[in-house]
Design a protein around this ligand. Sequence first.
Ligand code: SF4
Length: 246
Amino acid sequence: MAAKSKKKPSKKKSAPAKPKAAKSIKSAKAARAAGTDPKRVAAILAKLDEAYPNATCELKHENAFQLLIATILSAQCTDVRVNQVTETLFKKYPDAKAFVYATPSELEQEIRPTGFFRNKTKSVMGASKSILEKFGGQVPRTMEEILTLPGVARKTGNVVLGTAYGIASGVVVDTHVLRLSNRLDLTRNEDPEKVEQDLMKIIPQEKWIQFSHQLIWHGRRVCHARKPKCIECNMESLCYARDKTV
Ligand code: SF4
């Protein structure tokens, strides 16, 4: 019996399994950020609730259609600038039909201050036409349908469904959410759609809408891209970002 048991270790030595296992553990760790421990995530959510209990979308709008147009215009532009433009725009074009019958060259000049005005004019007019012809003049209420509108991707869909209809279809991943999710180690991805998938796995669905607003507010007010104001941040004790300033 003793002789038999001595032979066994030599068989194990030849097994090639170890390097593969080590590799798969490493890639699993990279796929899921260390900061996604449920207790830590809950603590971050509590801190965000404490700091921004009333965070909401800062694009002025009176209905889902106006929010859709404002969100299209907000690409690569500040909400303040978009609000200045839409204040007069929505008086002249109150609904989808009005935008469909707009004169493209006139509309281009009206939305010019928001940048990328030629593409935005095409998106605004194309989305309005689709809403009028396919959805009876109403912005659709599902992500699947809203993504059929020209110039509308998941970020815009999430803004409109979440803010205008209260439908938690996903997490809005704009430049602030992207930056802060990485700084807070809630994701290790850089692609917005992958970041959204990561966040949807660790944030309870009933918090998706508010969480997006809160991170955007925190990014605008405290956790700036350059020189975040960490000394003013109530999540400082939970944060180990490499570019922390305290
Ligand atoms: S501690 Fe600094 S880097 Fe971390 S979330 Fe707060 S402001 Fe951002």
